[in-house]
Design a protein around this ligand. Structure first.
Ligand SMILES: NC(=O)C1=CN([C@@H]2O[C@H](COP(=O)(O)OP(=O)(O)OC[C@H]3O[C@@H](n4cnc5c(N)ncnc54)[C@H](OP(=O)(O)O)[C@@H]3O)[C@@H](O)[C@H]2O)C=CC1
Ligand SMILES: CC(C)(CO)C(=O)C(=O)O
Length: 321
């Protein structure tokens, strides 16, 4: 892995699709660094709201940063999009991309920065000539109100070629990472992004749905013997799937990693718990759902994860009644 050097001016603007917590984080630091950032919002009403609000307000350690980058919506986009950072939730990605498809250049760079897996395969089909990159971040940001966000925790971001998409030239990947490394956000390129994403998926399988089932913060999963044991069972099944995929070496120390993440984010309400409590669709299909699909493909039984998938779908459906 090599560290990206944040001193590059993009020749084309970076468009950001998904101006929520993570998208707004990148937009604000990018705007503050003088980069050419454009937001893509859902519709003209969202653009008007954004303008009326005076842009995005991001607080970090008592400081307030403002981003007034230009905002567009599918009906107002005019120039072809060459660089697109996608920061929607996993389940929103395909609809969001479809809404701007005619404006995306054939050879665009599409960087998917989100939790969950399985979406990239659909994007590859829809944009066969595009360069598709994936990223994983441990930055922490949350929304306080419509356009107000809090950068709650510094982390690190890795980006790399999604499997099967190999850039001709690795220096191009470094250049792309450079154009998005806005201080204090740190981006490194990884030649094994699949491993990073798989480990993150495993952590999300072991924590996010469990916080919904036990209705608790991340740290409480460890103090309740029942949920702690349940997490161990989830992780054991993920290791079995990895072994069947011949990728068990990717999950060295997974039990310890899950405990470390639950400990370091002990006070968090996981994103899935927040989604359920707010009546929003969760990322379960791209997290546990994706794991269960792979398990089926490789002939591995994952009854605990299957049960968790059904339970989260049941709880989400109840919330909608
Ligand atoms: N927040 C965090 O700290 C972290 C998040 N992640 C991951 O990053 C990803 C993004 O998370 P986060 O930023 O928190 O999520 P948010 O829900 O805050 O942001 C998603 C944004 O996408 C927008 N969106 C959805 N559909 C469309 C569309 N069709 N057109 C335009 N905009 C659209 C949403 O708008 P609307 O509100 O109108 O639906 C929302 O603003 C997720 O996969 C998450 O798991 C990973 C690490 C940390
Ligand atoms: C790491 C964890 C579990 C932190 O809350 C997360 O990624 C999430 O909530 O989506």
């Amino acid at each position: 892995m090599s560290k990206a050097n944040p001193h590059n001016t993009p020749q084309h603007p970076w468009y950001i699709l998904g101006a929520g917590a993570i998208g707004s984080l990148w937009a604000t630091y990018g705007f503050q660094s003088g980069a050419d950032i454009r937001l893509i919002l859902r519709d003209q009403k969202a653009v008007n709201d954004y303008l009326q609000h005076g842009g995005i307000h991001l607080s970090i350690e008592g400081k307030a940063l403002i981003c007034t980058a230009p905002a567009e919506c599918p009906s107002s986009l005019a120039t072809p999009i060459k660089y697109l950072l996608i920061t929607t939730k996993a389940q929103q990605t395909l609809d969001a991309l479809n809404s701007i498809k005619p404006h995306i250049s054939d050879h665009a760079v599409l960087l998917l920065l989100q939790n969950g897996l399985g979406i990239v395969e659909h994007i590859r089909q829809a944009f066969p000539l595009a360069t598709i990159l994936q990223g994983s971040t441990t930055e922490g940001c949350y929304r306080q109100s419509a356009y107000e966000f809090v950068h709650a925790g510094h982390g690190h971001t890795y980006i790399g070629n999604a499997s099967q998409d190999h850039l001709q030239d690795d220096t191009r990947l470094t250049e792309i990472a450079n154009t998005l490394s806005f201080p204090p956000l740190a981006i490194s390129i990884s030649d094994n992004i699949d491993e990073i994403l798989w480990r993150k998926l495993a952590v999300n399988c072991a924590i996010n749905p469990m916080t919904v089932i036990y209705n608790c913060r991340n740290g409480e999963l460890l103090t309740n013997p029942k949920s702690r044991n349940h997490m161990t069972e989830v992780v054991n099944e993920i290791i079995n799937v990895s072994t069947a995929m011949n990728r068990d070496h990717w999950l060295t120390g997974l039990h310890e990693l899950v405990i470390d993440v639950a400990t370091s984010t002990a006070q968090n309400r996981s994103s899935m718990l927040q989604d359920v409590q707010a009546g929003r669709r969760t990322e379960i299909d791209a997290i546990t759902g994706y794991l269960c699909q792979l398990a089926k493909k490789y002939g591995v039984d994952v009854p605990i994860n299957q049960q968790i998938l059904s339970e989260i779908n049941r709880i989400s459906a109840l919330d909608k009644c």
